[in-house]
Design a protein around this ligand. Sequence first.
Ligand code: NAP
Length: 285
Amino acid sequence: MPVTRLAVLLGDPVAHSLSPLIHNTAFRELGIGAVYRALRTPAAALPSAVQGLRRPNVLGANLTIPHKEATLALLDVLDATARAVGAVNTVVSEQDGRVLTGYNTDVTGFLEPLQEVTLEGAAVVLGSGGAARAVAYALLVAFSLDRIWIAARRKERADAVVRDLSLLDAAGVLRSTGLAQAAAVIREAALVVNATPVGMAATAAEVPIEPHLLRGGQVVYDLIYNPRRTALLRHASAAGALPIGGLDMLVGQAAAAFRLWTGREMPRQVVHRVLRTADADPAQG
Ligand code: NAP
């Protein structure tokens, strides 16, 4: 099968990413002549990398740390969700590369594992970056919570998330707090979401909050997928909380991007099988 089309991941770092494995498995399985490459892209190189998507053979791109917000200004069109969230994780190159459209598929990906979960009361989102924005937006539109706290180590960044989403927050449920002042809201929350990188492979022993704040009856959702079971999720299980890891979100946001690029459904069973094999082979992790 000749490879004629290209999709890329722009981020820094990208070496840990499972996205090439996910998308290349799906392209191969469906007989689509395309390849997905991870390109380490320092911040200074982002404008030229986005400009490089303006080619007829390019399907589009995913954006990861730290480019999800900076990419907004480099695109021609933003879909309503990406504009509301203020962050883009997927770009589609259309009309032979003349039009670049930005989407945020993290929102749908995040909600997938919560489809069967009932949430009432408050939620706390740890972090104030692109993923935290997508999570706050998803919680606002999909649940009727009394409070959604954004808890960030720099409170002014949490303030900015609340301010930027205020048009969608007619009931005034969004609130900001410093992470160091968030103990009481974390203890009371029905849902705690880790949208910081604390606990990723390089810091695998670390947790973003004091573990004793977790309790039975809570849902603890860690967006991190490497390792699959983070220290935070281990503490959540020990406290009797329901732990949810980031892998289903990863596949969910990838499937939504794949649909935008190809118009096809990602063969998820095959993708999950290959991801399990990658688990057994740490060199691919
Ligand atoms: P980002 O835009 O760089 O934001 C990271 C946030 O974490 C910022 O608010 C940052 O605070 C905070 N932070 C960083 N180090 C911290 C520390 N030591 N203590 C407390 N807060 C800290 O990154 P992102 O794109 O939002 O991604 C965040 C995490 O979500 C990453 O682990 C990423 O892999 C994961 N993620 C997973 C999926 C998935 O599909 N499963 C999708 C998206 C993201 P400052 O602003 O103060 O630096």
